[in-house]
Design a protein around this ligand. Structure first.
Ligand code: NAD
Length: 484
């Protein structure tokens, strides 16, 4: 069955429905059912995605397996194909970015930027050299080679659907693997459409993109064919993925949740940093793994910072992301919106005060006002848990050792930031933070193709990006010869 698209009233969009089929072996996967994907700004149906069923996975993985050998054998062709994929994604920006906004909720400019970044990542990996070492061994040398694993399963979340898919596709394919990828059932359409477009530039079976409601994700992990599972999503699901993958000793890369602190010292110019700090927390409504999730502000500038953040929050235009004036769209789904509302209620019950926002607007869609919470402390859920939404608690601190302890509290360790005009002090504090990336005077400054990104503690296992991310799609093979 062909998936269908429904244009929202008043939205002039081409009929993209032919692009929503699942792709395996370079052609449509035949499906008998579809599921609806809703626009979080309107609650209207954006389109219908095909429901691939777990019993179809044998055929999908067989296609990926057949494609492995020829794909591995020609490195030049792989590089060329990844460049062609980047060009195809760039060229699709105008046609597909409105679809990404419609299914995810983010403003159109941010949806367009996902296409740009996806192309940047593909080009980076197309040009990256696979590591190869010749090391001294006895009286001769040994060759240490990177070999592709084979077929890789990939699973992505709903917050940054295209970029997070390409973070997996680009290094996996560059290394010579083939892939079966499943996007989130909340945001499958853009990924399916891109999979359809890439049929033109990738050999059949190299990149297979399927969709379906869970338990399709669990079935993907449990299938005997993939040698690795690359997963981005919540820590709770990541643990299930790790447990299931262990049964087949599959490699895993797990990019999971975070509760990312920003520590603001007393010597900052509050007016100068407030805007950057605000958007480091609120871009995509805080639905970014590396978003600032809790601010620790020195007591001497705490009140001024709360006021500055509240002023920005109150003046930020919230609405349907297809309106170019809108800076914040809706949350992606009602469960996430309800979670944010619950965390705010709980904080108020524990003495917090609202400096801005704190309400769910009376309108259709999964909206929540950008919210700044004051008078909060460690131990309150909105500080201790990952909110993944447009609410930012600002906690006052006095002592540097105490704030470092606070920042390192809890199960996560994804990103962190330290803000101070004294760079020596900022670096000294950064050295004591237990997180995969720490930025100074900005948050998330290292999320680029050439630097490793990954979490400590329950924020994940392994890294994506850079040569380290490429290595994660390889096994090592050592070649020695007798007597040397
Ligand atoms: P989620 O864990 O609910 O779902 C993620 C994906 O897993 C979806 O595609 C889902 O269908 C699939 N899935 C569900 N159950 C599964 C199972 N048992 N086995 C295999 N797959 C299964 O996460 P979400 O709500 O889509 O995303 C939000 C979370 O993702 C947040 O916690 C956020 O911090 C995290 N995230 C992390 C990063 C990072 O790089 N560290 C990036 C983005 C998002």
């Amino acid at each position: 069955m062909r998936a269908r698209v429904t244009n929202s009233p008043g939205v002039d969009r081409p009929d993209l429905s032919t692009l929503f089929a699942a792709t395996a072996d370079g052609i449509d996967v035949p499906t008998t059912a579809t599921f609806a994907v809703l626009n979080p700004a309107t609650e209207h149906v954006v389109g219908y995605a095909p429901s691939v069923t777990p019993d179809q996975l044998d055929g999908v993985f067989a296609a990926a397996e057949r494609a492995c050998q020829p794909w591995q054998s020609d490195e030049g062709a792989r590089r060329q194909a990844l460049h062609a994929a980047a060009d195809a994604i760039d060229a699709a920006t105008d046609e597909l970015s409105g679809l990404l906004t419609a299914e995810q909720g983010k403003p159109l400019a941010e949806a367009r930027s996902e296409f740009t970044r996806a192309a940047v990542w593909l080009r980076y990996f197309a040009d990256l050299q696979l590591g190869h070492e010749d090391v001294p061994h006895l009286d001769g040398r040994a060759a240490v080679q990177r070999r592709p694993l084979g077929v890789v399963a990939a699973i992505t979340p709903w917050n940054v659907p295209l970029v997070l898919a390409v973070w997996k596709i680009a290094p996996a394919l560059r290394a010579g693997n083939t892939m079966v990828l499943k996007p989130s059932p909340f945001t499958p359409l853009t990924t399916l459409a891109v999979g359809h477009l890439l049929r033109r530039v990738l050999p059949a079976g190299v990149l297979n993109i399927i969709a379906g409601p869970d338990p399709l994700g669990a079935a993907l992990v449990a299938h005997p064919t993939p040698r690795k599972v690359s997963f981005t999503g919540s820590t709770a699901t990541g643990i299930k993925v790790a447990q299931a993958a262990a049964a087949g000793l599959k490699r895993v890369t797990l990019e999971l949740g975070g509760n990312d602190p920003a520590i603001i010292f007393d010597d900052v110019d509050v007016t100068a940093i407030a805007e950057t700090l605000f958007w480091n927390a609120f871009t995509n409504n805080g639905q970014i793994c590396r978003a600032v999730k809790r601010v620790y502000a020195h007591e001497s500038i705490h009140a001024e910072l709360v006021e500055a953040l509240a002023t920005i929050a109150a003046s930020t235009k919230v609405g349907d992301g297809s309106d170019p004036a809108v800076r914040l769209g809706p949350l992606n789904n009602p469960a996430q919106r309800d979670r944010v509302a619950e965390l705010v209620r709980d904080a108020l019950d524990h003495g917090a005060t609202v400096a801005a926002g704190g309400r769910q607007p009376a309108r259709p869609g999964y909206f929540y006002e950008p919210t700044i919470l004051d008078n909060v402390t460690d131990g309150v859920r909105v500080v201790d848990e990952e909110q993944f939404g447009p609410v930012l608690p600002v906690v006052a601190f006095r002592d540097t050792a105490d704030v470092i302890r606070s920042a390192n509290r809890g199960p996560y360790g994804l990103t962190a930031s330290v803000w101070s005009n004294d760079l020596d002090r900022a670096r000294a504090v950064a050295d004591q933070l237990d997180a995969g990336q720490v930025s100074l005077n900005v948050h998330g400054g290292g999320v680029v193709p050439h630097l490793p990104f990954g979490g400590h503690k329950l924020s994940g296992i392994g890294v994506e990006n850079g040569p380290w991310g490429l290595d994660a799609y390889c096994d090592l093979r050592v070649i020695t010869s007798a007597g040397r």
